[in-house]
Design a protein around this ligand. Structure first.
Ligand code: IMP
Ligand code: MG
Length: 176
């Protein structure tokens, strides 16, 4: 199978934007600490890049959920594959996602994490595909880039577990 990928957002733009989001977080939480929740696997790349430029006291935890098979369409079901290691009660939690598509994953995560009584809960995503949203009421606080309804890979995002390591965000234009 040959997969063709076209650059949508180059690596310099991605890095610069993540740095800007970190600076926004530094301003918004000045004098406080933050607890990043990285949603495996795709968000590893954005989480580590973001964390490097956050100058506040910071902790990181990881959660793995599955809402997709290996293809390009959401199944609409969300399952926890790995829960957090630590509790979040009283913490300033920021969920870090690679992309918000249907909104199913974040909707589920927000509801579940709110019930654990964090001091605050905000959402940060590298990419947002608002045209694909099927769940309303998902309010994202930090958005890297709003992108059109295209299947993208790179910077943590995969197609059949491949291409996460691309340093840019690209569109899969054909999978002949
Ligand atoms: P949602 O639950 O539909 O919002 O989907 C969120 C998850 O689906 C993301 O964390 C990704 O793992 C995956 N996903 C959605 N759109 C894309 C895409 O364009 N490329 C790669 N993965 C995607
Ligand atoms: Mg995926």
């Amino acid at each position: 199978m040959s997969v063709q990928i076209e650059t949508l957002i180059d690596s310099v733009k991605v890095s610069n934007r993540i740095r800007e989001m970190a600076e926004e977080i530094n301003r918004d939480y000045a004098g406080q600490s933050v607890h990043l929740i990285c949603i495996l696997k795709g968000s590893v790349f954005i989480t580590t890049e973001l964390a490097k430029y956050i100058t506040l006291p910071l902790t990181i935890d990881f959660m793995s959920v599955s809402s997709y098979g290996d293809g390009m369409e959401s199944t609409g079901r969300v399952r926890i594959l790995k829960d957090l290691d630590e509790g979040i009660e009283g913490k300033n939690v920021i969920i870090v996602e690679d992309i918000i598509d249907s909104g199913n994953t974040l909707h589920f995560l927000c509801d579940m994490l709110k019930s654990r009584r964090p001091a605050s809960l905000k959402l940060c995503t590298l990419l947002d595909k608002p045209d694909r949203r099927v769940v309303s009421g998902v309010n994202v606080d930090y958005v890297g880039f709003v992108i059109p309804d295209k299947f993208v890979v790179g910077y943590g995002l995969d197609y059949m577990q491949q291409y996460r390591n691309l340093p840019y965000v690209g569109v899969v234009v054909s999978t002949e």
